[in-house]
Design a protein around this ligand. Structure first.
Ligand code: NAD
Length: 266
């Protein structure tokens, strides 16, 4: 490994690569020498992130992919393998909060998305993107990683996959599913040197989380709950993903990397 470049010769697919944590992870991976295949459903943003990376001298491209669509996953993995010869890393980063557009975010202990009022449709959608999407991405990439002699799959869960709260039980359930799914996949594919780990961000300032962080009571409570005294930035999470993608974490699988400013420590 060349000092300074921690992902030389790696090929990485990143879902949710058009925005927030996924976009930042793409930038960091490319900076460290990986060829990066970003995918998302926000095409303009995704193309812009890929262009930003290539303009800076990195290797990146963007593809439209709905993480709930198995055929699209299979096609993307095949195209990546055909073009770059292999797939070493998958970042399953796409996700949704499931909060209806325009809904006032919770104030204090009032969730705004109470369990007894949540529709089955909303539950199913949150589970489909956040949990089933991770299953489909993982499933689709495993044969390519077996051919490559191993790989690293990084599944973005959340602190919400470890603890409960007043809000959005479906989101918590979907992230809890990602956490334990990752451990099962890690055990199953250790024989192939495919490592699978989950990452658990706390409150990170991204387009998804911002309505619950800035300028309201909910943000105040969340800031107070974060011992390090600031919200996360996408780079805080991307650096954890960089470690898990690199060979530095060669003996790390089935683990949970909590990056939350200390929130779940208390
Ligand atoms: N921001 C936080 O505070 C926080 C905390 C814990 C976990 N997370 C998780 O981090 C991940 C990234 O979220 P973010 O905060 O960067 O938000 P974000 O909204 O900036 O990024 C999420 C991306 O996922 C994409 N996406 C949504 N549905 C998709 C689908 N069906 N197919 C493909 N792409 C889809 C969106 O278009 C978006 O670009 C999510 O899994 C989220 O649950 C975020």
């Amino acid at each position: 490994m060349q000092p300074g470049k921690r992902l030389l010769d790696k090929v990485a697919i990143i879902s949710g690569g058009a925005s927030g944590i996924g976009a930042e992870t793409g930038r960091v991976f490319a900076l460290h020498g990986a060829a990066v295949v970003l995918c998302d459903v926000q095409d303009d943003l995704g193309h812009a992130v890929a262009k930003e990376i290539t303009d800076a001298g990195g290797v990146a491209e963007y593809h439209t992919l709905d993480v709930c669509n198995e055929a699209q996953w299979i096609a993307l993995v095949a195209a990546t393998e055909q073009k770059y010869g292999k797939v070493n890393v998958l970042g399953n980063i796409a996700g949704i909060s499931g909060r209806p557009a325009g809904m006032t975010v919770q104030t204090g202990n009032i969730a705004g998305m109470e369990l007894a009022e949540q529709s089955l449709e909303s539950w199913n959608r949150i589970m489909a993107v956040n949990a089933t999407g991770v299953f489909l991405g993982t499933k689709s990439v495993i044969p390519a990683m077996q051919r490559a002699g191993g790989g690293s799959i990084i599944n973005i869960s959340s602190i919400c996959g470890i603890i409960g709260s007043f809000a959005n039980a479906a989101y918590h359930a979907s992230k809890g599913a990602v956490r334990i799914f990752s451990k099962s996949a890690a055990v199953q594919y250790a024989k192939d040197q495919i490592r699978v780990n989950s990452v658990h961000p706390g409150f990170v300032d991204t387009p998804m989380a911002r309505p619950g962080l800035l300028g309201n009571e909910s943000g105040k409570a969340r800031m107070e709950a974060t011992p390090l005294g600031r919200f996360g930035k996408p780079i805080d999470i991307a650096m954890g993903c960089l470690y898990l993608a690199s060979d530095e974490s060669a003996w790390v699988t089935g683990s949970e990397l909590v990056i939350d400013g200390g929130l779940v420590a208390k």
